[in-house]
Design a protein around this ligand. Structure first.
Ligand code: HEC
Length: 133
């Protein structure tokens, strides 16, 4: 019982540390996203707000915020490639028309960094993202 309790407290600690890892300030969130994205070449295809070759991070955030397993799903897309998911989601409802439909698996980004950028992306303020009905 003691062990179990210690384990639970430990888990709680880990959870609170990782939850605290995402800053509250939006400018700081954006700065950290760009820093990681630059380091691993994501900026070739993504921007926070501009539709480059693909979906802007803020739109990805709007689509996945509050969905179960969002972090796991997005990390899997980054690490193991993503094909035509957004064809199904229908980016037109966000007023965008992406040029590419396939993201190759991103080999250079370690899983922990992928998790970090996904959590940051999901913390973007999406209150101004317009969705067409
Ligand atoms: C060669 C262009 C390209 C690069 C480089 C790229 N992406 Fe993508 N990304 C795409 C495309 C295209 C999609 C949409 C794929 C789809 O519709 O399934 C996408 C989708 C995503 C999604 C949403 C996945 C989903 O399941 O909805 C995330 C998150 C993402 N990219 C993050 C990243 C990160 C982080 C990096 C850098 C490590 C990166 N991308 C590098 C083209 C790229």
């Amino acid at each position: 019982m003691k062990k179990l309790l210690a384990g639970l407290i430990g888990l709680g600690l880990i959870f609170s540390i990782s939850a605290n890892a995402v800053p509250k300030n939006q400018k700081e969130i954006e700065r950290q996203i760009v820093k990681i994205a630059k380091k691993y070449g994501c900026l070739t295809c993504h921007d926070i707000d501009k539709p480059k070759n693909s979906i802007p991070y803020r739109v990805i955030a709007k689509e996945y915020q509050g969905k179960p397993d969002a972090v796991k799903k997005l990390v899997t897309s980054i690490k193991y490639a993503s094909f035509a998911k957004w064809q199904k989601i229908g980016p037109a409802k966000y007023g965008i028309k992406p040029r590419a439909i396939y993201m190759p698996r991103q080999r250079s980004i370690p899983v922990e960094e992928a998790e970090k950028i996904v959590k940051l992306i999901l913390s973007l303020d999406t209150s101004k993202v317009k969705v067409k009905k």
